[in-house]
Each structure stands twice: as C-alpha cells, then as structure tokens.
Design a protein around this ligand. Structure first.
Ligand code: CP
Length: 363
C-alpha cells in the first residue's frame, strides 16, 4: 500500500510524474472524468480547512468518484474518545482512500499504519503538509520551467509553518537550490529541519530578519501566515503577528520575474494590492493544488498492491516522546517509536513528529 505521509515518501521522478499528469489533466480533463468511477474518498478533517479539503473533494468528483467524510472533530466519534487507529480501520470498510488532517503531529502516520487503504496526510499539526508541497512544486515548475537552480525565500512563521517544512524537504532533493530563511528569532526553522534536511543535503542557505534585504536575490518568495493556533502564549502571537507584510512598495527592489507564493489562507501578510501584481501566483497555486491532488489520487489508487517500506532499525518504548503536539501525547496506547540519528550519542527522532530525544536523558 502506498501512502503520502511525508513528501520524501515520493522520489523526484515520482514528483515529476505527478506534475506531468496534473498538466495533462489541466489540458485534457475529459480523459479523466471517469477514472475513479465507483471509488470513494474519505476526507477526515479534525482541523479547519478550505483549500485542502474542498480541493480533495473537487478532485475526486472531477475524477468521477464520490466523497464521504467530516470537516470537524466534534462531529465524529473522536469526540467520544475513539483513537486514530480505530478510526482508520473503520473508514477502511467504507472508502477506497483517506485524506486526513489532524492537529496532532503524526496522526496520519498512525492512520496509515492501521488502514487497509491508502492514507494521505492533509496536514498534521505544525509538522508537515505534503500535498500543499505538491501544489507549490507545480506552481514553481509552471512559473520557472524548472525547479533546479533557484533561490527561494521563506518568510514568516518558519517554526510552525508545516508547508515550509515540507517544501524545504522537497527542494532538498533538487540541484542547486539556495534558500533564504526570513523570520523573527522566535519563529526560526526547527533544528531538525536544519540538521536532517538542510545540513544533511548540503543546501546553501542564509538566515535573516529582513525581507527587504533578501528581496533582490529571490526567484521565489514563499510568504506564510503566523500560525496563531499553534502558539501556547497568545501575547507572543500578538507581538509577532505583524512581523512581515508584503506591499507593492516592498516589491520595488524584487526581480521582475519573481514568483510570489503563499499556501493561503492569508491574514495580513500580503496586502491585497499585491494581488494585481503579475508576480503574485497564490491563486494559481490553489488551482495547481487541485490538479496535483487529482494526480495523487490516481497514483495511490493504482499502487495499492505495492508494499511500502517498513521502518527498519527503530527503538520501541525505550525512549518517550515529550513533544506535547505529538499524537502519542494524547493516545496513550501508542508505542513510542524512535529512529536513530546518532546512536553513539543516543540521539533519536520520534517517527510520528520527528522531535529529537536523547536516550541518556530519558533513562
Ligand atoms: N493551504 C491550506 O492548507 O489551506 P487550508 O487550511 O484552507 O486547507
């Protein structure tokens, strides 16, 4: 069974294949109108969404399939205490494929381990959002004609911005990508992305607090919302929420061929006046998201007999994950599973949320 839990579950060649199919769907939609006839998509959304849920539903309907699901945790049996694992087993009896969004990091991973149908991560807490990355990659590819050899600036909430984490992971596998990380100190990229993705893949990067300083070098500017719902301290959110606001004036020293992306929703970080600028690509990105989700549904439904790689070399229940946003913090029955980062020094990473733990500290 193939799933999409993390963007690195797919190779660069597979991402290209998805982009090619998405472009073909855009050009020849009539060829795809019955491709999922008789198939059902279940959208299990434990957190709010406009784009991801509705684009998945539109995608399945345009492929001739049908859709079941819920858009609110309070309207499903999770509100009575049902686990993610049981939910996944139950939905496997009703549908052919699941798209799941959950506030706890690693919840779609748990669903995938327990479902007998493909599971797609539609966003898990502040961890990752691989299908947004599919939309982002297609947008970059269509705007630039390539993904290699570009400078991408990520601006805003790089700590909780799951779309940023997934896009950096994806870009780390393309050649000659330069990234510029633009954020206040409080919202810098998590260490595990820096160590396991940026450093490990020898990506060139710079960090700055100044969008104005970064602007002239950028081919792509990826603006993000400050993620209010992930803050433990409301005062800190209030202090940081206006950190970056993109206006036409700030674009004066940008390249003429800059592409401005944003996963949306925006709050105030891109002024509506920027929408008129031909470099604004965020509404094209929305359409690209639906096309890529169509391609993804087709791919996963055609690969249900492929055996997915199992976690090798993991440590179970010797270390405990202390991340309060991890799914293990609320589902006590789950095993605490870690993969080694540096065995000699006892450094491990949780398989659900990727938080780092040090074995010696835990034992
Ligand atoms: N980009 C994105 O995930 O939007 P939604 O929260 O509306 O799904």
């Amino acid at each position: 069974m193939r799933n999409l839990i993390d963007i690195v579950d797919f190779s660069v060649a597979e991402l290209k294949e998805l982009m090619d199919v998405a472009c073909d769907i855009d050009m020849r939609p009539e060829n795809y109108r019955e491709r999922c006839k008789g198939k059902k998509l279940a959208t299990l959304f434990f957190e709010p969404s406009t784009r991801t849920r509705l684009s998945f539903e539109a995608a399945m309907l345009e492929l001739g399939g049908s859709v079941i699901g819920f858009s609110d945790a309070s309207s499903c049996s999770a509100s009575k205490g049902e686990s993610v694992a049981d939910t996944a087993k139950v939905i496997s009896c009703y549908a052919d494929i699941i798209a799941m969004r959950h506030p706890k990091e690693g919840a779609p991973y748990v669903a995938a381990k327990n479902a007998s149908i493909p599971v797609i991560n539609a966003g898990d807490g502040g961890h990752c959002h691989p299908t947004q990355t599919l939309a982002d990659l297609l947008t970059i590819y269509r705007q630039k004609g390539k993904i290699e050899g570009i400078t991408v600036g990520f601006c805003g909430d790089l700590k909780y911005g799951r779309t940023v984490h997934s896009l950096i992971s994806a870009l780390s596998r393309y050649n000659n990508i330069n990234i510029v990380l633009i954020s206040p100190d409080e919202l810098k990229i998590p260490d595990y992305i820096k160590e396991d993705v940026i450093d490990k893949n020898a990506m060139t990067y710079t960090e700055t607090k100044s969008l104005e300083d970064a602007m002239p070098s950028l081919d792509v500017l990826y603006m993000t919302r400050i993620q209010r719902e992930r803050f433990d301290d409301a005062n800190e959110y209030e202090r940081l929420k206006g950190s970056y606001i993109l206006t036409p004036e700030k674009l004066q020293n940008a390249k003429a061929e800059l592409s401005i992306l944003h996963p949306l929703p925006r709050v105030n970080e891109i002024s509506v006046a920027v929408d008129q600028d031909e470099r604004a690509c965020y509404f094209k990105q929305v359409l690209n998201g639906k096309l890529m989700r169509m391609a993804l549904i087709l791919k996963l439904l055609s690969e249900t007999d492929i055996e997915e790689k199992r976690e090798a070399d993991v440590v179970k229940n010797k270390i405990r994950c202390s991340n309060p946003r991890c799914i293990v913090s609320v589902e006590q029955e789950l095993e605490h599973i870690f993969k080694p980062v540096d065995k000699a020094n006892g450094i491990y990473r949780c398989v659900y949320c990727e938080s780092q733990s040090i074995e010696k500290e835990n034992n």
